[in-house]
Design a protein around this ligand. Structure first.
Ligand code: ZN
Length: 365
């Protein structure tokens, strides 16, 4: 052992290191078992400071490291006990720091989980559900009824040539229905269809007889909008062509339809009428679903509500689509959805249906 390195001095040096650590560790010591009461940022900064303290007291440039270097210079007989002393101090420091570190680490990790936790018991943000338009609701009910009666649903174009809108429907040139004040024409001479009967022609051309179909769709007429008129509205067209079809089939089918839509107590009546594409033609009424025929506001006191026009398909219409009227006969009908929806949903004004005010539309389901 070199002169001047006295065991006593070394031991004092170890004590000094120990005291210095204890002094600094004092403020961490209370977190040995619990970090309760700390905030997350406080705990995180304590953790950082504790790491710095450890480096300061046990790192390569610490006084403890300097003391360790002296172990080899202690007299051999005292070296073991001195070495033990230093190691013990080092172990004490390490375990004290680790204890607090473990507590802080646990605390920080559960505080972070707490901060990021999703409360699954909170009510979710509800997705706003849309509503079907009242016209769509009614159209779907009508489609269901006719599909169950064996009818196909046809859809077709809304812009038509004069041929499909008029000629093929037995509406000749000069007929008042062709007047331009009733129909929207494009500059190229096409017409926005003024009735869904155009779909009859397309369907018969494509599928020929026998056939049963309905065609719900939009039609256009030059009307000034008011409480009961709109230049755009919805119709449902129906057509049945087969061998031996008579007016009795027409009456039976439409009666069945109103029974299924409004109830079995509904009565029907047919009034003679005229349409170019049917012969004979009729208007069909059904007894008021609200008052049962006694007369009320819905039926304007008459007890009857008008459904629409119908009749036996005119032989000229069958000929236009190359169906032999000697072999086949058929009936057709058409009615408006808008006024029916207005009656069913008690609307004073059919324009409400197309103002697209969600507050209004979402009331119906
Ligand atoms: Zn009534």
């Amino acid at each position: 052992m070199p002169e001047g390195v006295k065991y006593e001095d070394l031991k004092n040096q170890v004590d000094r290191v120990s005291k210095a650590f204890e002094q600094e560790f004092g403020r961490f010591a209370r977190f040995r078992t619990s970090a309760d009461g700390l905030s997350l940022p406080e705990a995180e900064s304590l953790m950082r400071e504790l790491g710095e303290a450890r480096t300061r007291h046990t790192g390569k440039k610490s006084e403890l490291a300097a003391v360790k270097k002296l172990i080899g210079r202690v007299a051999p007989e005292e070296r073991a006990s001195f070495g033990q002393l230093v190691q013990q101090l080092e172990a004490e420091i390490a375990s004290a720091v680790e204890e607090v570190e473990a507590t802080l680490r646990d605390f920080i990790s559960s505080a972070q989980i707490e901060r990021e936790r999703i409360d699954v018991t909170l009510p979710g943000r509800r997705v706003r559900r849309g509503h079907l338009h009242p016209i769509t609701l009614l159209r779907e009910r009508i489609e269901d009824i006719f599909v169950s009666l064996g009818y196909a649903i046809e859809d077709d174009r809304e812009i038509e040539t004069d041929y499909y809108n008029f000629d093929a429907l037995n509406i000749p040139e000069g007929h008042p229905a062709r007047a331009s004040q009733d129909t929207f024409y494009t500059t190229d001479g096409f017409a926005l269809r003024s009735q869904t009967s155009t779909v009859q022609i397309h369907a018969m051309e494509r599928r020929t007889a026998p056939l049963r179909m309905i065609a719900p769709g939009r039609v256009f007429r030059r009307d000034t909008p008011d409480a009961t008129h709109n230049p755009m509205f919805f119709q449902v067209e129906g057509l049945c062509v087969d061998r031996g079809i008579t007016m009795a089939h027409l009456k039976g089918t439409l009666s069945e339809f109103v029974h299924r839509l409004f109830g079995p107590e509904i009565r029907t009546r047919f009034r003679p009428s005229y349409f170019p594409f049917t012969e004979p033609s009729a208007e069909m009424d059904y007894s008021c679903f609200k008052c049962g025929g006694a007369g009320c506001r819905t039926c304007k006191g008459s007890g009857w509500i008008e459904l629409g026009g119908c009749g036996m398909v005119h032989p000229n219409v069958l000929r236009a689509v190359k169906i032999d009227p000697e072999e086949f006969s058929g009936f057709a009908f058409g009615f408006g959805l808008d006024r029916m929806a207005a009656l069913m949903y008690k609307l004073d004004d059919i324009r409400l249906l197309f103002e697209n005010d969600v507050r209004f539309l979402e009331q119906f389901n």
